[in-house]
Design a protein around this ligand. Structure first.
Ligand SMILES: *Cc1c(COP(=O)(O)O)cnc(C)c1O
Length: 428
């Protein structure tokens, strides 16, 4: 198999003679058929083919196939956002009465999805500290638990998940491990190689990388044996009355999970990515292997600068040798490369923080993270402001935490901007 950079450029789309070199944007809601029977077979899932872009579109499928290839999975689907990807990953195997165990140190939006919105649909969640003992994490599981959830590199705490350990815990309870691999991307970490079963992405971040499209993806390894638990996962192993009693695992084998997510959830919920956005996303994806390395190398330089600065009270970046996450970074992240994201606290208190943020010139204040533009955010005042102090602490977020996302500008210029802003905040 070709190496990952080559697959970043080529996987998922091989044009034939006279066909477009770049993936085409198939901006069409519907697709034409010759006979009534051809259409009927599609609706019976007997033939594969496109019929309506709410369920599937060829442009999206080229990009999804590339992501599946990069992750080492069997199938993938694009969704309209990272939030939709995590929602679909859960709803595809959970219904009212079911339960999820999740690491507590996850992205604020996912924390709200699991902790606030899914419970309204009758799906409950127990958050666990990923550093807690196996025994304590095991206590969170119930007979109705359907999955274990975590993030490869947590947002914003930049903690690296011990994927092998989480996979072992999930499998010993007969459930799949679902991992949001947004910050690591398949270039730095392929969670399936460590026993994870399903990966999700907010492609809005590094995979697009230009800050132009909101999107998400769900990728299945094809490795979880649903049929070993036919009652627990009846949604995949028992007949689906909305497709004349078809059984996903019997008909689609390793493709069961993504086929169900496409033909049932996407059909009914419709959170599809537009082909135009999938095209933009793909432009970024083709250079991901170059960009994520540069992000990581610059971030290490920036982290080394901040670490020795007298105004910096603390800094977390898994790439730093003395960081608590460094050993896991070396194990799980390619070459220990730790993405462009770090978090830090300053010594001067809240007013100092605000003077610092306001004095930045190159680095901008944004809700966003992980694209070519360097940016900062203060989660306690911005993204996580709906969480209580207790929930903030549970999610591993200190009230003074500043998240810094190192972009693709020259590291020297990023460092110079931080230096002048700290000086300005100090002098004011
Ligand atoms: C941003 C983000 C999400 C949500 O993705 P959207 O594309 O904004 O919906 C989910 N998980 C992680 C880790 C993120 O950083």
């Amino acid at each position: 198999m070709a190496k990952i950079g080559t697959r970043c450029v080529h996987a998922g789309y091989t044009p034939g003679k006279g066909e477009p070199r770049q993936i085409p944007i198939i901006q069409s809601t519907t697709f034409k058929y010759e006979t009534s029977d051809q259409m009927a077979r599609l609706f019976n899932l007997e033939d594969s083919g496109y019929f309506y872009s709410r369920l599937q579109n060829p442009t999206n499928d080229h990009v999804a196939a590339k992501l599946a290839d990069l992750e080492g999975g069997v199938a993938a689907m694009l969704t309209s956002s990272g939030q939709a990807a995590n929602l679909f990953a859960c709803l595809n195997i959970c219904q009212a009465g079911d339960h999820i165990v999740s690491a507590a140190n996850i992205y604020g939006g996912t924390f709200n999805l699991l902790g606030t919105t899914l419970p309204k649909l009758g799906i409950s969640v127990t958050f666990v500290n990923p550093d807690d003992s196996d025994e304590n994490i095991a206590k969170a599981f119930r007979p109705e638990t359907k999955l274990l959830f975590g993030e490869t590199i947590s947002n914003p705490g930049v903690e690296v998940l011990d994927i092998e350990r989480f996979a072992r815990i999930a499998h010993s309870h007969g459930v799949p491990l679902v991992i949001d691999n947004t910050f690591a991307t398949p270039i730095l970490c392929r969670p399936f190689e460590f026993g994870c079963d399903i990966v999700t992405h907010s492609t809005t971040k590094y995979i697009d990388g230009q800050g132009v499209t909101v999107g998400g993806a769900v990728v299945d390894s094809g490795n979880f044996d649903w049929e070993a638990y036919p009652e627990k996962f009846a949604c995949l192993c028992a007949p689906d009355p909305s497709y004349h009693g078809l059984v996903y695992t019997k008909t689609f084998g390793k493709g069961a999970y993504i086929t169900k997510a496409t033909s049932q959830l996407m059909r009914d919920l419709g959170a599809i990515q537009s082909p135009q956005n999938a095209f933009y996303l793909h432009l970024g994806l083709q250079t991901l292997h170059l960009r994520i390395v540069r992000h990581s190398e610059s971030a290490l330089k920036v982290a080394q600068f901040l670490r020795q600065h007298p105004d910096v009270a603390w800094i977390h970046y898994p790439g730093l040798e003395d960081d608590s996450q460094h050993a896991k970074a070396l194990k799980y992240l390619e070459g220990g490369l730790s993405s462009g994201v770090m978090c830090l606290g300053l010594r001067g208190g809240r007013d100092f923080d605000n003077r610092f943020l306001d004095a930045l010139r190159l680095i901008t204040i944004e809700t966003h993270v992980a694209d070519c533009h360097s940016c900062v955010l203060h989660p306690a005042s911005h993204t996580h402001r709906q969480l209580t102090d207790e929930q903030l602490r549970e999610a591993g977020i200190a009230p003074d935490l500043i998240r810094l996302s190192v972009g693709l500008e020259d590291a020297e210029d990023i460092i110079a901007d931080l230096e002048q802003a700290l000086k300005t905040a100090h002098d004011a």
